[in-house]
Design a protein around this ligand. Structure first.
Ligand SMILES: Cc1cc2nc3c(=O)[nH]c(=O)nc-3n(C[C@H](O)[C@H](O)[C@H](O)COP(=O)(O)OP(=O)(O)OC[C@H]3O[C@@H](n4cnc5c(N)ncnc54)[C@H](O)[C@@H]3O)c2cc1C
Length: 398
């Protein structure tokens, strides 16, 4: 595979976020570098152009992340290691320096100030153009190209295992790919009547497992969505696939308070002569509260001080451990990522080179790394793309 002149020849397969970021950085790090990018679609970075609803949530402050495993259910150890080479703050500086000012939202997600994903795409295209990188679109790679010093594979995620067949010659270990980041169907017509209600802080879990996630929950015409459910779908992606998305969901509508804490909260209410339907915890809307009372078999006309012990027990149970049957999944907007892909056991975790083929590098969602929503997936693509570029450049200077 070694080229016989002094120019280093690099093939990048997949002109997505990781591949193009790798190309842009490599072209700056290695003057004598000839980069060819193969892309099966008609345009490079077509997905990047629609990320974040066209606004591109390109990273996150990570301020609300206490352990990387919260953000990256798969691959957090690898990301921890790679962030030492190119961290989220390096990423922010990189984009600002490249002429893309950023803004931080109150939820810690970071976007271009222009709110336009095309600015991100065009910035990478410009850098690659200046470096004379060749992008061959409408070119699907089925067999790895020959005649290059290095090959970088960045073909992204795909929940169909057949999509990885072009890698068979490399004899890699694969983790079966399954979808992540989705909403769940719950066939409960009374719940669905509450479509559009967002409960700000819920704790959702899957019965009989340790999977749980906290955050806003959105009730939809098909069941449940919102950050808490998407996070749960990410943490439990493989388990949910194994169960064919049919599991018992347990919802704590009281910000994760336990039974005892909720009993304390209700103490004051229980002394009131007001009707249960009219007097309720403020974070729940009247419509939602009445629905929960119905689930606890309590009439909305009943005064609080007339509730007996069994009523209170049922109410506490509904508020802290309301159980639903999930019966399938729904795509969240157009967004999804893949859990699984090439096993991290196949790569050198410092360089992302294949252990079996040191001149072939892998980066991005193709690897068994994926995250919850919030800019973490693109952060992984930037970091891995950069690390590959840096390690190719460094291997040349040895
Ligand atoms: C609608 C949507 C919105 C999203 N929004 C966000 C967001 O706001 N923030 C965030 O962090 N993450 C977001 N994500 C996830 C994020 O886009 C991905 O995690 C990220 O793009 C992965 O980068 P990648 O380079 O690994 O793969 P990709 O960006 O998917 O790039 C892979 C490229 O390889 C090409 N390719 C595949 N196979 C071949 C082949 N055999 N030959 C040649 N080319 C090939 C593909 O056509 C593609 O262009 C979103 C995902 C979707 C679907």
């Amino acid at each position: 595979m070694i080229a016989n002149d002094s120019t280093i020849k690099v093939a990048i397969i997949g002109a997505g976020a990781a591949g193009c970021f790798c190309a842009a950085n490599l072209s700056r790090m290695l003057q004598q570098c000839n980069i060819t990018i193969y892309e099966r679609a008609r345009r490079p970075m077509a997905k990047l152009a629609i990320t974040g609803g066209g606004r591109c949530n390109l990273t996150n402050t990570f301020e609300e992340i206490t352990s990387l495993s919260q953000a990256y259910p798969r691959g957090w150890r690898l990301m921890e290691r790679l962030f030492r080479q190119f961290s989220p703050s390096d990423t922010r500086k990189w984009w600002e320096d490249a002429g893309v000012p950023l803004v931080v939202q109150p939820d810690q997600c970071i976007f271009p100030r222009s709110q336009d994903a095309m600015q991100v795409v065009n910035t990478l295209l410009q850098i690659m153009r200046e470096a004379n990188a060749k992008i061959l679109t409408s070119t699907k790679i089925e067999v790895l190209p020959q005649g290059f010093d290095y090959i970088v594979i960045t073909t992204g995620g795909n929940p169909r295992i057949e999509s990885l067949s072009y890698l068979s010659e490399l004899d890699l270990e694969l983790e079966p790919p399954v979808p992540s980041l989705f909403a769940l169907n719950v066939n409960d017509s009374h719940l669905q009547e509450l479509t559009g209600i967002v409960v700000d802080d819920c704790l959702v879990s899957i019965a009989g497992t340790k999977f749980l996630a906290q955050g806003p929950l959105l009730i939809t015409h098909f069941g449940m969505s919102g950050p808490a459910i998407l996070r749960l779908s990410s943490y439990a992606a493989r388990y949910l696939a194994e169960k064919d998305y049919s599991v018992k969901l347990i919802v704590n509508w009281m910000q994760g308070l336990n039974e005892e804490q909720v009993r304390q909260e209700l103490k004051e209410y229980l002394q009131s002569t007001k009707q249960t339907g009219n007097h309720h915890p403020r974070h729940l809307t009247a419509r939602h509260w009445n629905y929960l009372l119905k689930r606890a078999c309590i009439s909305i006309d009943k005064p609080w001080n007339a509730l007996n012990k069994k009523d209170v027990n049922r109410l506490v149970n509904v508020l802290t451990a309301d159980t639903y049957l999930s019966e399938g999944r729904r795509q969240y907007k157009a967004e999804f990522v893949t859990c699984g892909g090439v096993s991290l056991r196949s790569i050198n975790p410092n360089t992302l080179a294949l252990k079996s083929h040191p001149n072939i590098y892998l980066a991005g969602e193709l690897l068994d790394v994926d995250s919850i929503t919030g800019g973490f997936n693109l952060q992984a693509a930037w970091t891995m793309g950069y690390v590959v570029a840096k390690n190719i450049a460094e291997s040349q200077s040895i």
